[in-house]
Design a protein around this ligand. Structure first.
Ligand code: HEM
Length: 483
């Protein structure tokens, strides 16, 4: 990777830039920065894609691996300038990651980036985008955190284990299957049981149906068409009635469940997110966690925690079935009741095959990102999939080697599948715990057959997610000694 920021530290270049900026009347300081603006380089001095920007951005979607390699041939930062879209600054620099996640002044907004670049406004609603952008974000995050911490997680373990045990009988044995599909069912079951805590059969069936309808709609041409219109209109999303109706169905089920619990207090402690939110509501003096917000938040968790987990687990299966030595060690460690190696396998899979290739922030104000002045209105694309494959950080980066993470805490600036900073995935510990329990339970009952098939390509997009190219094809056999 060429370091195209090297020139920034060249004193002569800095002096020239300073003089040029002073002539242009540039400000001597900027909102987010402690560095004089004149000592900074503009994003116009950064590399452009080696191919036309429109093709480069198209390739990001159509041929992600090709795009990753091509886009970054010119350096670790590339500016992609496409008509109608904000300027996109892709960066694969851990220093930039640090600067972006370190923004404490609110100069960078996740919500606004999602509004401009992704369908979140029609999926989650304007209220949630405003929450992402606004002052209540940190407050609500802090309030709901107990649902995602250690004590709560332990309470979810049985429901997660049961989700696997319930599904196992229907999984084909000795026949190839697409693991991605199985993991989608499983991740959905976990969200219904652990986030929504819905058990009453009719309500559960309706929630599952709404969930499946939502999933189909999110991957439908209707979304793509609106995406194109919204991009052309600078992030103004046309409404999508079908989606609104499904969202309303899900929110109504949450409210129904809340009413049910208020009318039927249980002697047994309910162990799910909804129950924790309702308890937190009782002491919520700021009134940020009312029933309406709980319903919106639950729906956000549903979407945020479903495909991400399913994709990650299918990549784990794809990776371990191609590495006999990893598989052997994994099975041994699980049999011995030790999760250390399993955690390393999940961590390494998320490095090499992150579910989300990028996360982003919109510059609400001019922002100093190390030696660069990022102008207001730019979208910074933190290129997770490129940062995590840097050879200078991860030697032999394309090799799947869980040993990198055995007993090692990943560096947050170069291992960022959960993003970071003020918006770091709130469900990160939950997702790690869930993945651990699901995989451990699956592998105690089923062996995944090793394969000599070529690696599945990391080039299949579903929404923004990068799935295994063949859907994570695996063959399972029963473990006679299943415990
Ligand atoms: C392997 C699974 C998962 C991955 C890879 C993942 C990844 C991410 C990423 C990249 C972000 C954006 C963070 C940023 O830009 O700094 C995010 C945000 C978020 N995720 Fe996850 N996620 C996963 C599972 C979950 C689960 C299980 C839940 C909840 C049950 C969840 C809830 C959320 C929420 C609520 C946010 C928004 C946080 C905020 O803006 O404050 N995620 N996730």
């Amino acid at each position: 990777m060429v370091d195209n920021s090297a020139g920034a530290s060249d004193p002569i270049k800095v002096l020239i830039r300073t003089l040029v900026s002073m002539r242009r009347g540039a400000p001597m300081s900027v909102a987010a920065g402690r560095v004089p603006a004149a000592a900074l380089r503009g994003i116009d001095t950064l590399a452009r894609p080696p191919i036309h920007s429109v093709i480069g951005f198209g390739a990001f979607w159509a041929a992600p691996e090709f795009a990753r390699k091509e886009l970054l041939k010119r350096g670790e930062r590339v500016v992609v300038d496409i008509p109608l879209l904000p300027k996109l600054l892709f960066t694969a620099s851990p220093q930039d990651v640090k600067a972006v996640f370190g923004d404490r002044d609110g100069a960078l907004k996740l919500g606004e980036a999602l509004r401009k670049m992704a369908p979140h406004e029609i999926v989650f609603g304007t209220e949630m985008i405003d929450w992402w952008n606004g002052a209540n974000h940190a407050l609500l995050r802090k309030k709901v955190m107990p649902a995602f911490g250690g004590r709560a997680l332990a309470g979810y373990e049985q429901a997660i284990t049961d989700a696997v045990l319930n599904r196992l009988p229907e999984w084909p044995v000795d026949k190839p299957v697409q693991f991605t599909h199985l993991m989608q069912d499983l991740a959905r079951d976990v969200i219904i049981a652990v986030v929504f805590g819905v058990t009453e059969p009719d309500r559960r069936r309706r929630l599952e149906k709404a969930f499946i309808d939502l999933d189909k709609t999110l991957a439908s041409p209707g979304i793509v068409a609106r995406y194109v219109i919204a991009m052309a209109r600078g992030g103004k999303w046309p409404s999508f009635e079908r989606l609104e109706k499904i969202n309303a169905r899900i929110d109504a089920i949450t409210r129904e469940e809340i009413e049910f619990r208020r009318d039927n207090p249980s002697d047994e402690e309910r162990k799910d997110c909804l129950e924790i939110f309702l308890k937190l509501q009782e002491t919520d003096e700021d009134n940020v966690l009312d029933d309406h917000m709980i319903a919106l938040f639950q729906r956000m968790l549903l979407i945020a925690g479903y495909e991400t987990t399913a994709v990650t687990l299918s990549w784990v299966a794809e990776r371990v079935t191609r590495h006999p030595e990893v598989m052997a060690k994994l099975e041994q460690s699980i049999d011995a009741g030790d999760d250390t190696y399993l955690d390393a396998v999940i961590t390494e899979t998320m490095r090499l095959r992150p579910a989300l290739p990028v996360t982003m922030r919109y510059a609400w104000e001019d922002f100093v990102m190390n030696d660069v002045l990022v102008p207001k209105g730019t979208v910074i694309m933190l290129y997770i999939n490129a940062i995590q494959k840097r050879a200078d950080i991860y030697p032999d980066p394309e090799t799947f080697d869980p040993e990198r993470f055995v007993g090692v805490r990943p560096d947050p600036n170069s291992w960022l599948p959960f993003g970071g900073g003020a918006h770091r995935c709130i469900g990160a510990s939950f997702a790690m715990f869930e993945s651990r329990v699901l995989l451990r339970t699956i592998l105690r009952h089923r062996a995944l057959k090793l394969t000599t098939a070529p690696d599945e390509r990391q080039d299949q997009h579903r929404n923004i997610f990068l799935l295994p190219g063949d859907g994570g094809r695996v063959t399972m056999r029963k473990r006679p000694e299943a415990r």
